[in-house]
Write a protein that binds this ligand. Structure first.
Ligand SMILES: *Cc1c(COP(=O)(O)O)cnc(C)c1O
Length: 377
């Protein structure tokens, strides 16, 4: 193979993330035609294993959108929010806000309920917002990557269902790193992507769709083409994508999902993520001046946000990023817009530690040792 003209960096950002050597190698497996029988050899197991990781109820459908998590999120808006209806976005950070912006950009009547950064959306606040806005559709975030908060999806969906609204969930940064709440919540659309806790390159947005959502889409006009969930269903039946997929990613995903389900096992994978969260929180708790940013009972198993020590600025965090690059790591100096807002309010900026996908506890411990040394200088 040709020598890469780029440095090797271990990614401790919040996606994309570290890719195992075996997965890298599967990227050089044979190319194939996406309407040929060879396609199904890759994608029938891919659809099957996605269903297993999702714990998917038998009457739900799986769609692979070409693009990324955002593509799946936009498709849910285009396909499930009808003219004249309201969609409520219950957000607790940048990615919830992004989904709200997508709804506005698509001309939907979108309203927003926002929790304080670091806090989850509460069932009580959601219930009040539902009573006020009477939305037909509600969008929530499973794992808010900008703040490291994991929301209680089943509890929020119980509130949404009590108001007879459709529930859409952004699970982009947690799917594959913690049990998927589709069956437990009865949510109608669950969006995720390949490049976060599944440990793959970006290239597919993944959508899991309930029977109620499919029925609803039939009554929504102007669903677009690539964003029309109904037009994807026929192809998905044949384990295909609507148009030409990234063939290398198909090969890699075949290998990686089999590894997750059959070799590592879901219980072990979720336990590893929970242990990495606990290791990271314990590390932060011992660092003088630093503190975990997310509320105690809602800390993510895939990403930890850390409030910097007093006096440290976002410019300092960007300098730390370069110090760690020289050590072979890619450090995450926080979500830029959130840090601007925090600093404008006289608060400490945050940085994030991604511990998702195939990062091992040993890799994480080595990184934290180097990071701790830099942070306490
Ligand atoms: C990364 C991320 C997105 C955007 O996903 P893309 O795959 O980059 O389009 C959306 N929501 C959350 C919570 C994310 O972490």
């Amino acid at each position: 193979m040709a020598q890469a003209p780029f440095p090797e960096l271990t990614l401790f950002i919040t996606g994309p993330t570290y890719i195992r050597p075996e997965v890298r190698e599967a990227g050089s497996w044979p190319e194939y035609g996406h309407r040929d029988a060879e396609n199904a050899k890759r994608f029938e197991p891919i659809f099957h294993n996605l269903g297993i990781i999702a714990g998917l109820p038998a009457d739900y459908r799986t769609i692979l959108f070409l693009g990324s998590g955002s593509t799946a999120m936009e498709a849910s808006i285009r396909s499930l929010v009808a003219q004249g209806e309201t969609i409520l976005h219950a957000t607790c950070g940048a990615f919830g806000d992004l989904w709200h912006k997508m709804s506005l950009a698509n001309g939907k009547n979108a309203v927003r309920l926002a929790a304080e950064p670091g806090q989850p959306v509460t069932p009580e606040a959601l219930d009040a917002a539902l009573a006020q806005h009477k939305p037909a559709v509600v969008a929530i975030t499973h794992n808010e990557t900008s703040t490291g908060v994991t929301n209680d999806v089943p509890a929020l969906c119980r509130v949404i269902k009590a108001h007879n609204a459709l529930a859409l969930v952004d699970g982009v940064s947690i799917f594959g790193g913690a049990p998927c709440p589709i069956a437990a919540s009865g949510c109608d659309f669950y969006a995720t992507a390949t490049q976060k806790s599944l440990g793959l390159h970006a290239g597919f947005g993944i959508g899991f769709v309930s029977p109620a959502a499919i029925e609803k889409a039939r009554h929504v006009t102007a669903r677009g083409h690539a964003t029309d969930i109904l037009s994807h269903l026929g192809r998905a039946e044949k384990f295909q994508t609507q148009s030409t997929p990234n063939g290398a990613l198909g090969n890699q995903m075949y290998l990686q999902l089999r590894y997750i389900v059959e070799e590592e096992g879901l219980d072990a994978r979720y336990a590893r993520h929970a242990a990495m969260r606990d290791t990271t929180i314990a590390f932060v708790d011992k660092l003088p001046g630093y503190a975990p940013f997310a509320a105690a009972d809602f800390r993510s198993p895939t990403v930890t946000a850390v409030a910097a020590k007093p006096g440290m600025t976002s410019a300092d965090l960007r300098a730390i990023k370069e110090t760690l690059r020289a050590k072979g790591y890619l450090f995450d100096p926080g979500y830029a817009k959130l840090n601007e807002d925090l600093e404008a309010a006289g608060k400490q900026p945050i940085f994030r530690i991604g511990h998702m996908g195939d990062i091992t506890p040993a890799m994480l411990k080595a990184y934290l040792a180097d990071l701790g040394e830099v942070l306490t200088r």
